[in-house]
Design a protein around this ligand. Structure first.
Ligand SMILES: *Cc1c(COP(=O)(O)O)cnc(C)c1O
Length: 485
């Protein structure tokens, strides 16, 4: 059976269901499989079936404690009829390269892949550990995570969810996605403050009221939970399988993945796929103007003491990429990881050793691109290929172009959002005039490009608004207590 350990203390060991239930280790570290060899397998055993059978195979390897029967049930519940593409994560051919579309879930962003799964893994973990409390999920969001989490947890028995977002700080589309989300156990609430205020206050609430009322305990849906990371490993296998079946690669060929990165969760899932035995060449970490990871992967120096830039790819506007800690553990060991994380929180920087850097660089490569370079990519790919990318995918595409040719048999760019989620920036990139409202911008993108509008987004402007709550930061605690009753 696989043990999960804390990245800061390998002697702290828990089962997979406990790791999923607690989210983060008590010492502040993240849970990871103790021995990466324990997840090694023959990739042929995984890639033969469809997405759901690949998900079952991958989850069984990481979470054997759940048992095959339960995993099969959980995977069906997570993915049956929730995604608008039968392949769940289809690969499309664009020019000489490929795009892995991860946004066909209910909220049109890649976080749906993991947040469709996490509530099911969590409620099963609750049963397996005879945990009787209801789980109250608290999330602060700058946009995308909130709607995917509301949608994933909405209506799931044994759970409730409250999402806090900055009042006036998210797009009209993102706000409507949250305030129209169904589910009697789900609430979205605007706070008078910015995203950092929301995030800091939510963290404080975890310490202040771990049990807001009796029989309810707080938990989090953010990407440090291993139950959110493992479901993302699946689409790397899915991409390989699709390219192989289409005759685009030969069995055993290595492929490169270009990943639009923020919190390093998505690309870390790619590293796990590689460790499992999938033939992966390079994992290319694409960043926007917030290029802290580009510098780190170039020099080994991580430095968050820099200006924070608001970009047109907001889900990648991150200076502390939490999931990098998982990679650090495997490459640098617990002692160095502890030192580096301490230095990061106390001084805002750390530097890994030469040999650690060269090990990381044997697999990862960091590249960054500006908003303008991303916009140019949206326009040129649309003009040449009639394929429309969103602002995050286009950063990854621009990074791939900067790198030039590769030894890999194929290069796959991960596409993390529907272009309709970011209609305004996409219209601007196409050189079109902007309309007044998000709804008009969305319609205009359709008129100009003919790209199909995702079902989940098309309806949000006419759906019933279920929450108009706007509160002060000081009121958050009482709000959570009220929603726990
Ligand atoms: C969250 C997100 C990302 C970044 O993913 P990480 O796992 O945080 O690296 C990229 N693009 C979009 C659209 C996202 O929502």
């Amino acid at each position: 059976m696989i043990n999960y350990i804390s990245t800061r203390d390998p002697s702290h060991k828990v089962t997979s269901s406990k790791a999923i239930l607690s989210g983060q280790a008590p010492d502040g570290g993240l849970y990871i499989p103790e021995d990466p060899e324990s997840i090694r397998c023959d990739y042929h055993d995984i890639i033969s079936g469809d997405f759901r059978s690949m998900a079952k195979a991958v989850w069984n390897i990481f979470f054997p404690e759940y048992g095959e029967e339960r995993i099969s049930e959980l995977v069906e519940r997570s993915y049956l009829n929730k995604f608008s593409s039968p392949a769940i994560t289809p690969v499309v051919s664009v020019g000489d390269d490929y795009i892995l579309e991860l946004y066909h879930g209910p909220t049109s962003a890649f976080k749906d892949v993991a947040l469709s799964a996490l509530p099911n893994l969590l409620t099963a973990a609750r049963e397996m550990n005879d945990f009787t409390d209801e789980i109250m999920i608290l999330t602060a969001t700058s946009g995308d995570t909130g709607s995917a989490a509301l949608c994933g947890f909405g209506g799931v028995p044994g759970t409730r969810i409250v999402v806090f977002y900055p009042h006036g700080g998210v797009s009209e589309t993102q706000r409507l996605q949250m305030v129209t989300a169904p589910g009697d156990n789900a609430s979205a609430c605007a706070i008078r403050g910015n995203f950092d205020d929301a995030q800091t206050s939510v963290k404080a609430l975890f310490r202040a009221i771990p049990h807001p009322v009796s029989g309810v305990s707080l938990s989090s849906a953010n990407s440090i939970n291993i139950g959110r990371l493992v479901p993302q490993v699946v689409y790397y296998f899915s991409a390989y399988s699709q390219l192989l079946k289409a005759g685009k690669i030969n069995d055993g060929d290595k492929i490169d993945f270009v990943v639009p990165t923020g919190n390093f969760g998505d690309i870390m899932a790619g590293w796990f796929a590689l460790k499992m035995g999938l033939p992966v060449g390079k994992l290319i970490c694409a960043s926007n103007r917030n290029d802290v990871l580009t510098e780190f992967l170039e020099t080994g120096h991580y430095d968050r003491r820099r200006e924070f830039h608001k970009t047109t790819s907001p889900s990648m506007d991150i200076l502390v990429s939490s999931n990098l800690e998982r990679l650090l553990y495997y490459v640098c060991g617990a002692e160095h990881t502890r030192e580096y994380m301490k230095a990061l929180s106390e001084c805002g920087e750390y530097t890994i050793t030469e040999s650690e850097l060269s090990e990381i660089r044997s697999i990862f490569k960091g590249v960054c691109a500006s908003d303008d370079e991303g916009a140019a990519a949206i326009r040129s790919v649309f003009d040449a290929e009639h394929y429309l990318m969103d602002t995050h995918t286009s950063i990854a595409w621009a990074c791939k172009e900067k790198l030039g040719s590769s030894d890999a048999a194929a290069t796959v760019v991960l596409s993390t959002a529907s272009p309709y989620k970011f209609s305004r920036a996409v219209l601007e990139a196409l050189g079109e005039e902007l309309m007044e409202s998000d709804e008009a911008n969305m319609n205009r993108v359709f008129e100009v490009t003919g790209a199909p509008v995702p079902e989940g987004l098309a309806g949000i402007f006419s759906r019933e608004i279920r929450s108009r709550d706007v509160i002060d930061i000081a009121e958050m605690k009482d709000y959570v207590i009220a929603k726990s009753k």
